[in-house]
Design a protein around this ligand. Sequence first.
Ligand code: AGP
Length: 615
Amino acid sequence: MCGIFGIIYLGNKQIGKIALEGIRRLEYRGYDSCGIVVHKNGELYLRKDSGKIQEIQDKLKFDELIGNIALAHTRWATHGAPIKKNSHPHLDCKNEIAVVHNGIIENFISLKKELLSKGHVFQSDTDTEIIPHLIEEYIKEGIDFKNSVIKTLKRCKGAYGIVICYSKEPNSIIVARKESPIIIGLDKGKVSYCASDIPALLPYTRDFYILGDNELAILRPGDVSIVNFKNEPIEITKPLKHIDWSIDAAEKGGYEHFMLKEIFEEPNALRRTLKISENELKMFAKELMDAENIYITAAGTSYYASLAGKYIITKFLGKYIQEIECSELENQLLDSLKNNSVIIAVSQSGETIDLIEAIRWARKAQKNIKILSLTNVVGSSITRYSDLTIITQAGPEIGVAATKTYTTQVLSLGLIGLQIARERNVLPKEEIDSYYDALKSSPDIIEDFLKKTNHSIEKLVDNLEKNANYFFLARGISIATAKEGGLKLKEVACRFIEGYSAANAKHGPIALVREGFPIIFIAPPDESYERLVGNIMEFKARGGHIISVVVESDEIISDLSDTVIRIPQPANKYYNLFSPITFIPALQLLAYHSALAHGLDPDQPLNLAKTVTVH
Ligand code: AGP
């Protein structure tokens, strides 16, 4: 949450323009206010306000700022309302030290009291502002810039990705991290950049240093030195990480919104993810086959991907996998986590704090536990706490709503399941091959669907929007699809639309049904199909307006439905198993068009940010 960007050049440049571009590329991390501070010839120049980046740029002309250092920030408010005074950067009393921060300083109240008693004057309600004042205090005592920062950070509890500059040290900026991501890129001898996420640096480099927890980097133009500030500050040599993302993937490329573009990118993202190496899959499969207890954990969309993945893997593994929302993992396993357990942790960003804390707790609780992770981001925090990691190949996802990262997560879990099927010989080879063929066809099925159906989904939205409420209902593996569909509508279209088990809906939610009440049934022809027919009849009998998502050749449920969305895939068990991948784009499009119908920006839902790095 919050996007931060820093840059240092050898001489003065039109640096505001570059910093503006940097935070634009991070706007999905927070978009309630923003600001840029520039250093030029010993002075700091600050511009900031509340609102979206473009609105503020139009007013304040960030792009005209000239200097050799810029720090920029786009905010998702935690401490203090999203108003001008609380936007970053924050300064000390003398306007010499500037800070941008992503995270939360948990003990800011006591530190603020201490600083107030020493005469510091605060301009904001934020936790962040204590940082420049504390550094100022140490500098006053005669300590140099770097050591003042180290002393300050040692007193701060909580999480931070932070960038700091000091007008009296115009040849360096300091960057530090504890739990909130920071990456660094260099153009050797000329310029250094840092940011809280990869898309901000893609125009400049594909090779990054990824700062670890309690590490501090001193950036000079085109040069960096890194120390661990918790121990004796001895310089660390770090390897560069190469990230193979194209810059186009982080641009809208002619689409009106990132969300729509990313839905249309799903076929290729899946094709790339199908290439996950057999070796990686084998290692995952072995751990799962050897484990006594297996848990799968995640948040939000990744959690629903885990629900679908758990069905697929369990089918071939013959062992139960318990799904647990990551924020509840510790509560649920406090008294029962065993030594030889495996936890599969799923996260697009690899930075979700609830997930990181859950796996850190599990590691501490049981030494021999294995953490297997699935993430879309090379070098993200989750990879550091994992024994094995598979990187999904969705490429950068800028829309706050997860779309292509969801389908690539389910596909990766599907590949793991099939690897297990192969190794355990649970089925005749031809059957396993048929499952493989079905999984490999998922990109083509989605491509075909998207070509034919975008328009008819728009029409369906016109119809649905006349109703205050509706449901997505399903049974079996499709409950994951229904829940994910409901989440998409909540977040991008601000509709309280619930995804629910069709069987369980009789135990309460059916009370909402009146004449014309729409219910969307997710209905691949799997083992739960006949029972779902029964559920459809129950809702029809009460006047429900039935919309169904079915396969191309479906007849029974289509005949019972008022509106039908057809997914162009064969009607057999091999394809049914991967229907969470092929059926979801229909619901993603529904949410997208529903957001537009409400005049909402689907890329920047209210109150949300893409990566949730606060508890
Ligand atoms: C997805 O549309 C959401 N924005 C959100 O639920 C997300 O999936 C969740 O915050 C988990 O994020 P992660 O996958 O990066 O861990």
